[in-house]
Design a protein around this ligand. Structure first.
Ligand code: ATP
Length: 209
């Protein structure tokens, strides 16, 4: 089975292919994609072969065809619906971001315990938390985003799982443990920034020496 790094590389190849497509390129070589994803050409071919994607090594790959194949692997051949629980600064920013849709990702509703956040008439409606279960079941939602404070995150995770959600991106600043049949990605902006601060400072110190 493909690991997380492999799937991240596929997304990078896909982004590069989209740019090439916009520039009207018909063919691409593994070397071009390797440059874009900062890996070797051999790695690109290895990743593709894992999914039965084959090209003509000398003649390269057809951009359009390759995009279709990668889209199928990444589940981007159809619209994937997400709901968001916690419509604070992060949740609202995500709901307002128009860029997901062109990548076949749609945030279809938000949920919050705070009544002042509710808005059924909004383009992306914000509902009561109590409505989550029915909404997820009625709309066959598989994916959710958690953007509540840390103390509420575990409870929201359990609630989401009860409703049938199986893939979760967690922005709450707490590392949620992945239950067996679910996929959870924890993304903590502060941790990411601290990481950058640390490694930038270390690099600066090494350069001074
Ligand atoms: P952010 O972390 O998005 O910047 P914020 O600082 O604006 O958020 P937080 O206190 O982190 O606000 O809360 C985020 C949102 O989560 C708020 O809209 C809050 O009402 C909501 N929230 C808090 N607890 C729960 C819960 N148990 N269920 C659903 N929503 C919740």
């Amino acid at each position: 089975m493909a690991n997380k790094s492999c799937i991240i590389r596929l997304s990078r190849y896909r982004n590069a292919l989209m740019r090439l497509k916009a520039l009207n390129f018909v063919k691409v070589f593994s070397e071009n994609l390797a440059d874009a994803a900062r890996v070797t050409a051999a790695q690109v071919r290895k990743d593709f072969s894992l999914f039965g994607i084959s090209g003509n090594r000398r003649g390269g790959y057809l951009v359009e065809e390759l995009l279709e194949q990668i889209n199928r692997v990444l589940g981007k051949d159809k619209l994937q619906k997400f709901i968001v629980v916690g419509v604070g600064n992060i949740g609202r920013a995500l709901l307002n971001y128009p860029g997901f849709k062109k990548n076949e990702i749609e945030l279809v509703a938000g949920f919050d315990i705070d009544a002042s956040k509710h808005n059924r008439e909004a383009e992306v409606p914000i509902f009561l938390l109590e409505e989550l279960n029915d909404f997820v079941k009625d709309n066959g939602i598989k994916f959710g985003i958690i953007s509540v404070p840390d103390f509420a995150a575990q409870q929201i995770l359990e609630l989401m799982i009860q409703t049938g959600i199986r893939g979760i991106l967690n922005f709450a600043p707490i590392c949620l443990k992945e239950p067996e049949d679910c996929v959870i990605r924890n993304l903590n902006f502060e941790t990411e920034l601290e990481n950058i601060i640390y490694f930038t400072n270390v690099t600066e110190k090494t350069e001074v020496r």
